[in-house]
Design a protein around this ligand. Sequence first.
Ligand SMILES: C[S@@+](CC[C@H](N)C(=O)[O-])C[C@H]1O[C@@H](n2cnc3c(N)ncnc32)[C@H](O)[C@@H]1O
Length: 400
Amino acid sequence: MVEFGTNFLKLLTLAKINLEKYEGREQSLAKHLVLENYLEGLAVKTLMSRYTEFTFVDAFSGPWNTQDDSFSDTSPAISLRVLKKISNIVSAKKHREPKVTCIFCERDLSKIEKIYEIIDSAKLPKNFTVKVIHGEFLKSIDEIITLVPKSAFKMCFIDPTGWTGLDMKSIKPLISLPNSEVLINFMYEFVNRFINHPNEAIREGIAGLSGSMFSNLDEDQRESKIIDHYRNALSEICDYKFTPAAQILEPKVNRTLFYLVFGTNHSKGLELFRASQHRMATEYSWIRQRALDRAIEEKTKQETLFGEDEQRLIGRATYDSWVAEQKLYARAYIIQESTKPWTSSFSRVAESIMNRFALKETHVKDLVVEIYEEGFVDNTWSHGRRKKPKDDDIISYTPK
Ligand SMILES: C[S@@+](CC[C@H](N)C(=O)[O-])C[C@H]1O[C@@H](n2cnc3c(N)ncnc32)[C@H](O)[C@@H]1O
């Protein structure tokens, strides 16, 4: 795969965020930021290398809760906008048009009309094929598979309103197609609430999400046990090597609403997902502060002391302490798990840490340097006059 430096990816800036459209549902903005960032990076990386076709499947398309007449705050509009932009870039750079296929599935007829409106106003070039399926996602899987070009790189976005229609064993034939990645909105709040429901059908529905009962859920680390169970199921049932997850908190309260769980078999996909998560987290951090300030204003009928500059400062500090916390968890994981000496390339260490913890590759480099300073690993990178390790450097760990 041809690699692009971060400079090239930086040129692909996000469309300006229109916060007013996400007022009161800032969590959807967080979801859309990850989707937009990831899809953009993935489409560039695949279409500028050996792939000439790209397919995006939006399994639960909506539009849903939109606050914009042009639907710019919905996944169908975002995906079409991003893919059109990337298709133009690729056509100009490679002197050939990629083949782009988008498939939107939605069960509600009134929304199907809106999807057609979105497609019309996207003014797509001829190299785009768009299919709209009116139906239940699970019942449409066979049809969707027939529409997906075999040679395309595929990304599937699964964003349901509840937990029904998401049985992992049933969605496997689609999301395990060769050269696929998947982004799933795992409705943690629902799962946590209904996991021990007295109604057996509800309990079984929840268990179907991961193909088996969520078990051993005492209160201690309940949340991490639930999400790890789901991530492991995605890895085992759908054969994904990496299944990182991004936690999305409620806008005004420190409580988890959902996780964006991602499946990929490529370390570059893992890296790109974490980079997308962090781009989202830097924005969402101050946007949550803004939402909180607005709620206080409404309650007290008084203007808060903070303007956008202060909100951004507070957001940045919150983001920085979250990163520091993730690094502490990762450090504790390395040190507690490593009771015997081990040797591994830096890239393997980075994969293992990024798969479990919300850290970017650069954070893992810093972490390795920190545990070297504490005497846990040998320094194999400064011979090359580097301050931090890179992919092929061997990391040798010795427990104390
Ligand atoms: C959370 S909304 C999707 C939001 C959209 N992905 C976005 O980000 O803008 C979920 C959508 O799935 C639709 N839906 C619910 N159950 C479905 C099913 N079993 N099959 C297909 N669509 C379904 C709902 O009508 C709703 O429009």
